[in-house]
Structures are given as structure tokens and as C-alpha cells.
Ligand binder design. Structure first.
Ligand SMILES: Nc1ncnc2c1ncn2[C@@H]1O[C@H](COP(=O)(O)OP(=O)(O)OP(=O)(O)O)[C@@H](O)[C@H]1O
Ligand SMILES: [Mg+2]
Length: 889
């Protein structure tokens, strides 16, 4: 260990400037990068040391230091953030008691440190639990949830740091940063850039082979590009710095050529230099010939150890870069005090390891904690074991950490992550799989650590696959682990044909189904089929999906679980509406009735919440609307909106408001539609960032404004809104929403164009693009809408023949597939009638106009409330046009 710090003048000057600007309220981020052993940690320590001695005109900053963990760091959700928050403010234990157990288990410290997270996580835990437990969930709420949590934690970090003068947070080894902490840091770093704060962040990050790709290097590159951080790289020490080190290391006279030889050999690489210095003997010169890499030097240091000490060191290395005397004693079979004594002597005499304070999650207060002098030394000790010895060692360490028959759930997350890691390295697949699965579930259900949960569920799948066919419940466990993995990634599936992700998804879904069938567990089979159906919908389309879902319904019908049957039927019914609206809707309504009826006799109360989730309620509401049950749809959708307004996890609110506003438009209440759309837009704007649904809602608002008689100002506003909506759609590119918003764009332009030829031509280009795109994506609904719009635009261009041709094409598709969701059949028919009449096809036009009238009357008759029915017939301009005329205008 070199005790003196040398050189790095340039970096010290830069950090001095950085600290001054922090003190002046111009916070920011400084990143120190460099390869293993180049001196990042030493530099960070020196920055803190010299900053702490500031005097006179030097700035005074408070320093808070933390580091990420080797090996388990990337799975240790929020680990370093918790450490930093704890140093900034003491935890408030009382908050723990008010929260649900699962949340507390997975994130006790964080919740106590960030009080605002409490209510958010409590509901989040329910949402996520239902998303991963319910066989029909659409866990679209997870990603925004992560963002909300990250924002809340970043806010707490800012408050805690801002409260106590200029503060510098020093975080080392961020190459092992967990994704959750990264998300928090990202928000935090952006704030530092946008706002004048006396807060600085200094990060140490290992670069070089093995550390060039991944989320952290990508984030750092992004931050640098955005101007959020400054990065600097460390190189080897210059010759005079090595010379100083040599002189300071050895008190007596040294050989004249020593520092030149060390400097040349090591290229000034600090860790190599320090190992060389260890080899300087009493005569002031290196003992023995010099190897030209650092490895043999380190091994030479190990060869001086006696057998027992080397054994202890190997056990320690097997535990990790940081290890403790109690675990080493347990594994070695020696008495604890003897081991403690040996390790203490080792650290005093040979160096090699150094005593460190116990980590926050230390299990045994009486244990001494050590860490290796450097990472290379740690690796060299690990290399002393054979593969079999390594496995055996990891197995014993896992057992020592887990304790005799102790409940894992009582242990802290980092310890359990360590246990899982050691089981995996011991090839104890059964124990590994159990620990990984339990951790994955718990992290997910805590509502805030999805990325880590995903990584662990992936490990659980791999471990379970390795179990022998005879292992207890192997297949059931495999199916469960895959189901968990898939449900955690579902919000991200894209299903692009041929993509590796797509093949993986299908293979996973098939594997889960096969495993479930082998297990014979009826519930698991149904769940696996439902999951498989959802995968196929993304990768292969509706038909294969419906087949799977139908299988699931059939199987669920044989069983006696009403909740499961409901899940299967409503999932099937929901998808079926895409092809056959009426039958799909009937299936969903019957499923609900059957479920409520069955529930009376079945004790499944605790699952009600899981199954009757807001997503299926929304789905049913919008399907009722599509099928023309307008007032029943209004009841449901209003109920959803009301519920979401009071729900802390309410990211579906803009979707619910979108459906409700469409319904208001369909019922002639455009003012109410505008109100709903404004609320939806404001909701998303508060969250910030581009959103596909915000764009859709903006487009609908533009449409409402484009209706009826308009003042020039309103026309202008409508146009700027629709342009804004389209820009945001191009940016977010949600596949389902793109053609819808593009069609709305064309419609708004048409409504406000006043027959301007450029506008009409532009509208035609937009709709033509949609027709081209839908022939590829198979989104029939948007194709019909685009054809119908294009026909209207052509008519405005006085090209009746082309208008007629397009109108016919639209109706032809409609006749083939029947009513379509979110498309008013009567609208297509009416405009087709107008176009064909203009083209001189009177009979055809008469027929279509009659069908449009029938459709409006049919929908009116489905409305129970008299006032609503009257309003539907009187206040909707389209309906008035259809009923009031024979489609002349
Ligand atoms: N400027 C310096 N002056 C004196 N000693 C130094 C200097 N830089 C590094 N060292 C010594 O070199 C060794 C390796 O340095 P350090 O642990 O800081 O490297 P690191 O870049 O943090 O490595 P890792 O990537 O493994 O975290 C340590 O023993 C350290 O004390
Ligand atoms: Mg380091």
C-alpha cells in the first residue's frame, strides 16, 4: 500500500476548480475514468482529503462517500443511493411500520429515507403484484412507475444534499452501479445541470477491457454529450512521480537505477509500481529478477505465506473482495478467535489485505472485515484454487451466510444476493434457483427494482433448467420462473419479425407451456397458455394468439377456479373483439357475470383485486363503446377515470380520459370531450417527456376544435395543435397510435382547409402513407379510416370518380371484416354514399345511405337513457346529417 499520494497535479487542479464552482452554486458532475489499478480510488481519496482541509480562500465542502459493490453490485437495487442518503440524513424508522411487508423487505432503508415513496410504493406493490400474479395482466404500468420512483428518490437526494451547505457526493466503482440507482442518478444529474445548486458529484469508473459496454458507459457518454458531466481519464504516473514513490517507500538509500527500472517496467502503472516496491529488499534494490507483468510479482508475494494463512486467504477471496473473519472461520473449521488473530497479523505484516469498517448490512457485529489490497491480488488468490475446490468453497460460504435453517427472508438483500451468487458458483442449482426466484419476485413486488428483478429471474430460469428431471417440482418451477421473466419484460416486447428478441420470446413461451404441461398443474398450464397467447400476438399476430387463448379458456372451463376462468375468458374476449366485435364483447360480459356468480360460492376474495384490474375494466369499457353501447360504456369509463384520479399509481389516466373523450364526441358532448382531453394533457405534461398518448390526446383536441363554425384564431390553434401532435407521434412512434394520429392530422387539415388546394393535396399524401403502412402492419381499422378520408379529400378536389373508387374500397373492407373498434361504421357508409352519389351511382348511394341510417338507429336504440338517446340523435352533427338528409351533403 502506498501511503503517499504523488503527482496528478492536473487532475487535482481540475477538481479544485470543480469544488470552487460547487461552492458558488454551480454544481455538476466530474467523472474519473481509467483502467484497473490506475489510481482512481487513490485520486478520489486525495480529492476528499485535500478538500476537507480547505482553508482561507479555498472552498469548504461537505463530502459524502460511497462505492458500488463488486459482483453483486448490479443486482443490489438502490444500494449506493441508500448509502449516500443514510450519510446525508439518518433514517426514520417509524415509516417502516406504515408500509406493507413486501415493500419493507425489499427496500426498507430506501423507504425510511424517502418518505414520499411510502404511499407510491404501497400502491405500486399492489399493481405490480397483480401484474405478475394475474394471468391476464398488461403490466404497462411498470416502466412509468420506475420513472416516478426514480424521480422521487432523486428529489429526496437533492433535498438532503442541499440541506447542509455545499455538498460533494463521491461515488466510486460505478461500473458496478445497479440500474435503479443509475436511473436515480440520471434524474439527479439532469437537475444539477438545469438548476443552480451547490451540489457536486464525483464518480470513479473503471474503464478498459470488460468495462466498455453496458448501461453505465452508455449513460456516461450520453451525459457528456448533453454537457451534464466532464470526464477525465487517468494514465500511468510520470517518471519523477515513480521516483518520489520509490524514495518515500524505502527509508534507506536505494539502488541508483531502481526508479528508472521500475518506471520503465511498469509504464508508471500505479498498482504495478506498488507491487514492485514490495519487492525492494533491505539492500535498497529489487530482490530476484523482475517479471514484466504484475501477475508473477503478486504470486511471488503469496508464496511467502504459510499454508494455514494461505488457506484462510483463499476462503476469504472466495467470499469476495471484501470478506469477514466469522465466515472464514466457519468455512475453515478453525475457532473464530484464531482466525481473527491470523488475519489481523497478515494485514499488519504482509499487507495483502487491509481492515475495513463493516458494511451496513454486516450480519455479525463481532466479525472483522477485510478487503484485498487490490483487485489483481484478489484474482491471484482465487487462481490458487482448482475448479472443484472453488465450487466446494462457494457451497460452504453460501451455507455459512445462510446460517443453520435460518429463514432467508429475514436476511438483508445484499446478503441474499451473495448467497445466490455463491450457490450459483457452487453449481448448487436447486438452492440457487430458489434463492434467485424468491429475490426476483421480492424485488419486483417492492415496485421499484424491475431491472434487477429481471436479471435475477433470468438467472432463476437458467438455474432451474439445470435441475434434473427428477428434482422436486422442477417443471412447475421452470414454468413459474419463465412466466415471471416474461411478465417483467412484457412492456418492452416489440415482436419485430426475425429479431433475436422475438425468437427468444417465442422459445421462452413455448418452453414455459411445455414445462407447465409436464408438471400437470392445471392453473399453471392455463397461465402459460395465456402468456404464450400474449407473446404470439406480438410476434405472429391475432390468429395464433386467439388459438392459444381459446385453449386456455377450454382448460380453465374444466377446472373449478372462477378467477382463472375469468382471466382466460376476458383475455380471449378482449382479443376477439379485434376480429369480431360483438362476439368478443359478449364473451367478456359473460365472463364477468359468470365470475361474479361463481364468486358467491367460491372463497377467492383475495384474488378479486388481482383479476378485476383497471386494464380489463378499461378494455371492456372501450369495447362496449365500439359496439355501440354508449351509455353503458360511459358508466364504465367514467368509473375508471374516477378511480384513477384518486389512485397514486394512475399512469393509465390519460388513456382512460382519451376513451372517455371519444365517447363524448360520439354522443355530441364536445365541451366535455375538450375538458377530458385537457385534463389528460395536463397530466402527462406534469410528468414531463414525450408520450404517445399525449400526442393522441392533443390530436383529438385539435379535431374537436376543427369542428363546426370556427373563428380564424380557433382554426389557427387547431392547426398548431395537430402539428404538435404529429411531431410528438413521430418522436414516440407507438405503432398502434401512429396511423390513428396521422389520420386525425388529415381530417383536421381537411376540416379547416376551406378547400385550399395545397392543404387538400397534403391531406391526400398523409392518408396515402397510412394506406401504404397499414397494408404492411395489417391495421385494418386505420386503413378503412384512411381510405374514407382520402375519398372525402378527393371529393373536395372535385374528383368524384376517384372519390367514389376510394369510398367503395373502404366499404368493401368493412363488409368483409364487419364493425371495427374505434371506427364509426355509419361515418364510413355516409361519406361513401355522398361520394358515390356525386359520382353518379345513385342506387349504390341510396343503399349505403340506408345502411348508415339503420346503423345510427340501431345505436340509438341501444342507449337506455332517454336524454342520452335524444342527445345522440340531435347533437352529433354526423348523425343529423345521416338522418336528416338522403346524403346530399
Ligand atoms: N497518485 C498516486 N500516488 C500514490 N499511490 C498511488 C497513486 N495512484 C494509485 N496509487 C496506488 O496504486 C494502487 C492502485 O490504485 P487504486 O486502488 O486507486 O486504483 P483504481 O484505479 O481505483 O483500481 P480499481 O480499478 O481496481 O478500483 C493503490 O495501492 C494506490 O494506493
Ligand atoms: Mg478503485
Amino acid at each position: 500500500m502506498a501511503t503517499f499520494f504523488v503527482d496528478r497535479a492536473e487532475h487535482m487542479a481540475a477538481s479544485g476548480g470543480f469544488l470552487r464552482s460547487v461552492a458558488e452554486g454551480q454544481g455538476g458532475v466530474l467523472v474519473i475514468q481509467g483502467e484497473q489499478g490506475i489510481g482512481k480510488s487513490a485520486l478520489l481519496r486525495e480529492i476528499v482529503r485535500s478538500g476537507g482541509q480547505a482553508s482561507g480562500d479555498e472552498p469548504e465542502c461537505r463530502f459524502v462517500q460511497a462505492r458500488c459493490l463488486d459482483r453483486i453490485g448490479t443486482e443490489n437495487a438502490y444500494g449506493p443511493i441508500v448509502d449516500i442518503l443514510t450519510l446525508l440524513q439518518p433514517p426514520r424508522r417509524s415509516f417502516l411500520r406504515r408500509l406493507g411487508r413486501s415493500t419493507v423487505n425489499a427496500a426498507p432503508e430506501l423507504v425510511s429515507l424517502v418518505p414520499t415513496l411510502g404511499p407510491l410504493l404501497k400502491t405500486a406493490a399492489q399493481v405490480v403484484q397483480s401484474a405478475i400474479d394475474s394471468p391476464s395482466a398488461q403490466p404497462d404500468s411498470m416502466a412509468p412507475l420506475m420513472q416516478s420512483v426514480a424521480r422521487a428518490v432523486a428529489g429526496a437526494l437533492e433535498d438532503a444534499a442541499a440541506d447542509g451547505g455545499p455538498t460533494v457526493i463521491v461515488l466510486d466503482d460505478v461500473q458496478w452501479l445497479d440500474p435503479s440507482s443509475l436511473l436515480v442518478l440520471e434524474h439527479f444529474v439532469e437537475r444539477l445541470y438545469d438548476t443552480e445548486l451547490s451540489i457536486g458529484v464525483i464518480l470513479g469508473c473503471r474503464s478498459g477491457p470488460g468495462n466498455e459496454v453496458g448501461a453505465v458507459p452508455e449513460a456516461l457518454a450520453r451525459w457528456e454529450l448533453a454537457g451534464w458531466c466532464t470526464r477525465s481519464r487517468l494514465a500511468g504516473l510520470p517518471h519523477d512521480a515513480v521516483e518520489t514513490l520509490v524514495q518515500q517507500h524505502h527509508s534507506g538509500p536505494v539502488a541508483a537505477s531502481l526508479s528508472a527500472r521500475v518506471s520503465e517496467l511498469t509504464k508508471g502503472h500505479p498498482v504495478f509500481v506498488t507491487q514492485c516496491l514490495r519487492m525492494v529488499g533491505a539492500n535498497g534494490d529489487l530482490q530476484g529478477p523482475l517479471p514484466d507483468t504484475v501477475g508473477p510479482l503478486i504470486r511471488r508475494r503469496l508464496s511467502g505465506l504459510d499454508e494455514e494463512t494461505l488457506d484462510l486467504l483463499i476462503i476469504g477471496a472466495t467470499q469476495g473482495e471484501t470478506f469477514d473473519s466469522v465466515v472464514v472461520a466457519k468455512v475453515s473449521g478453525h475457532p473464530v478467535d484464531r482466525v481473527a488473530g491470523r488475519l489481523h497479523q497478515l494485514s499488519r505484516r504482509q499487507g495483502l489485505v487491509q481492515s475495513v469498517p463493516p458494511p451496513a448490512w454486516a450480519q455479525d457485529e463481532s466479525a472483522d472485515y477485510y478487503c484485498f489490497e487490490n483487485a489483481l491480488l484478489h484474482m491471484a488468490v482465487l487462481d490458487e484454487r482448482s475448479a472443484g475446490q472453488a465450487r466446494d468453497g462457494h457451497g460452504r460460504i453460501a451455507a455459512a451466510l445462510a446460517g443453520e435453517g435460518a429463514e432467508h427472508a429475514e436476511l438483508s438483500i445484499p446478503v441474499r444476493l451473495e448467497i445466490a451468487r455463491h450457490y450459483r458458483l457452487a453449481h448448487r442449482w436447486d438452492d440457487a434457483a430458489r434463492t434467485q426466484f424468491a429475490l426476483a419476485r421480492e424485488l419486483a413486488v417492492s415496485g421499484m427494482s424491475f431491472s434487477e428483478a429481471e436479471a435475477l429471474s433470468k438467472q432463476a430460469v437458467e438455474s432451474t433448467r439445470k435441475l434434473s428431471a427428477a428434482a422436486e417440482d422442477r417443471d412447475l418451477r421452470l414454468a413459474r420462473a419463465i412466466e415471471l421473466l416474461l411478465s417483467l419484460t412484457e412492456a418492452r416486447w416489440q415482436g419485430r419479425p426475425g429479431a433475436a428478441e422475438t425468437t427468444d420470446l417465442e422459445a421462452h413461451a413455448q418452453e414455459a407451456e411445455d414445462a407447465a404441461r409436464r408438471s400437470g398443474d392445471a392453473e399453471m398450464i392455463v397461465r402459460a397458455l395465456l402468456m404464450h397467447g400474449r407473446v404470439l400476438l406480438k410476434t405472429k399476430g391475432l390468429q395464433p394468439c386467439l388459438e392459444k387463448l381459446q385453449d386456455a379458456v377450454r382448460l380453465a372451463q374444466e377446472g373449478s377456479d372462477p378467477a382463472l376462468l375469468f382471466a382466460a375468458r376476458s383475455a380471449y374476449g378482449g382479443q376477439l373483439t379485434k376480429r369480431d366485435l360483438a362476439t368478443g364483447l359478449r364473451e367478456q360480459l359473460e365472463a364477468e357475470e359468470q365470475y361474479e356468480h361463481g364468486l358467491a360460492q367460491h372463497d377467492a376474495k383475495d384474488r378479486v383485486r388481482h383479476v378485476l384490474n383497471i386494464s380489463s375494466e378499461l378494455q371492456l369499457g372501450v369495447n362496449l363503446f365500439d359496439a355501440g353501447y354508449l351509455d353503458r360504456a360511459k358508466d364504465r369509463l367514467s368509473r375508471c377515470v374516477e378511480r384513477l384520479r384518486h389512485d397514486p399509481v394512475n399512469n393509465n389516466l390519460p388513456v382512460a380520459l382519451n376513451y372517455l373523450s371519444q365517447l363524448h364526441i360520439a354522443m355530441g358532448s364536445e365541451d366535455e370531450a375538450s375538458d377530458a382531453l385537457r385534463e389528460a394533457r395536463e397530466f402527462d405534461e406534469r410528468l414531463g417527456g414525450a408520450s404517445g398518448w399525449h400526442a393522441y390526446n392533443t390530436a383529438l383536441l385539435a379535431l374537436v376544435l376543427s369542428h363546426g363554425p370556427h373563428a380564424p384564431g380557433q382554426r389557427h390553434r387547431s392547426r398548431s395543435l395537430i402539428e404538435e401532435a404529429w411531431r410528438e407521434t413521430e418522436h414516440t412512434w407507438l405503432l398502434d397510435l401512429v396511423p390513428i394520429v396521422r389520420n386525425l392530422y388529415a381530417e383536421v387539415v381537411m376540416n379547416i382547409s376551406g378547400n385550399d388546394p395545397d392543404d387538400l393535396a397534403f391531406g391526400i399524401r398523409l392518408t396515402a402513407e397510412t394506406v401504404r403502412e397499414t397494408s404492411r402492419t395489417g391495421m385494418v381499422r386505420s386503413e378503412v379510416a384512411a381510405l374514407s378520408l382520402q375519398s372525402r379529400l378527393r371529393l373536395k378536389q372535385r374528383n368524384a370518380a376517384e372519390a367514389g373508387r376510394l369510398a367503395r374500397a373502404a366499404v368493401e373492407i368493412l363488409d368483409e371484416v364487419g364493425d371495427l373498434p374505434a371506427l364509426r361504421t355509419e361515418e364510413v357508409l355516409h361519406h361513401a354514399a355522398v361520394a358515390l352519389r356525386a359520382a353518379g351511382c345513385e342506387d349504390e348511394a341510396d343503399g349505403l345511405a340506408r345502411r348508415a341510417r339503420e346503423e345510427v338507429t340501431r345505436k340509438a336504440n341501444l342507449i337506455d337513457s332517454l336524454t342520452d338517446r335524444e342527445r345522440f340523435l340531435r347533437d352529433v352533427p354526423l348523425n343529423r346529417a345521416i338522418l336528416g338528409s338522403d346524403a346530399q351533403a
